[in-house]
Design a protein. Structure first.
Length: 153
C-alpha cells in the first residue's frame, strides 16, 4: 500500500471510506488515472489557495439513517449534533463549489462533476433546525417545540 493510501486511512473516519481505500488496486486504465490526477490537482490547488475544505464533521450517516427509520426510535442529541455538523460541512462544500473564490473559478471541473449529486438541495436548513433545538450541552432548547416552551418555566 502506498504512502498516500496509508495517509488516507489515517484521516478517514468511517468504515466505507476505509474499505474503499483498502480495495484500491493498481490500474492501467489511462482515463481513470488521468481523472484521479485531475481530482488530486484540484484539491491541491484549493488547499494551496488557502481555501478551507470542510471535513471536520464527515462521517458515514448510514447507521443513524437506519436507526431514524425504526418506528418508535429516536436519535440521541449527540447523534443529531453529528448530523448537523455533517450537514453544515456538505452545505459549505456546496457553497464552495457553487461560488468559489475568484482565483478558483473554472479551475475545479472534476470536483464539481464529482459533487453533482449534492447540488439538488441545501442541507443548511436541516443543520440550522437541529442547532436551534439542541443546545451545545445536548439539552433541548425551550423553543424546541411549542409544547416544550409552554411547560418549561
Amino acid at each position: 500500500m502506498g504512502v498516500a493510501a496509508c495517509a488516507c486511512l489515517y484521516v478517514c473516519g468511517f468504515a466505507s471510506c476505509r474499505f474503499a481505500i483498502l480495495d484500491l488496486k493498481p490500474s492501467t486504465d489511462e482515463a481513470w488515472i488521468i481523472s484521479q490526477h485531475q481530482l488530486t490537482g484540484e484539491v491541491r490547488l484549493t488547499l494551496s489557495e488557502q481555501v478551507s475544505i470542510p471535513l471536520g464533521g464527515l462521517f458515514d450517516p448510514t447507521q443513524l439513517a437506519a436507526k431514524a427509520q425504526i418506528p418508535g426510535a429516536a436519535l440521541e442529541a449527540s447523534e443529531l449534533q453529528s448530523v448537523a455538523r455533517l450537514a453544515n460541512d456538505v452545505a459549505s462544500w456546496q457553497s464552495l463549489l457553487q461560488s468559489p473564490p475568484a482565483r478558483l473559478v473554472g479551475k475545479l471541473p472534476r470536483l464539481v462533476e464529482l459533487s453533482i449529486a449534492l447540488a439538488g438541495s441545501s442541507l443548511r436548513p436541516l443543520a440550522e433546525s437541529i442547532e436551534r433545538t439542541i443546545q451545545p450541552d445536548g439539552s433541548l432548547a425551550d423553543n424546541a417545540s411549542p409544547e416544550l416552551g409552554r411547560i418549561r418555566p
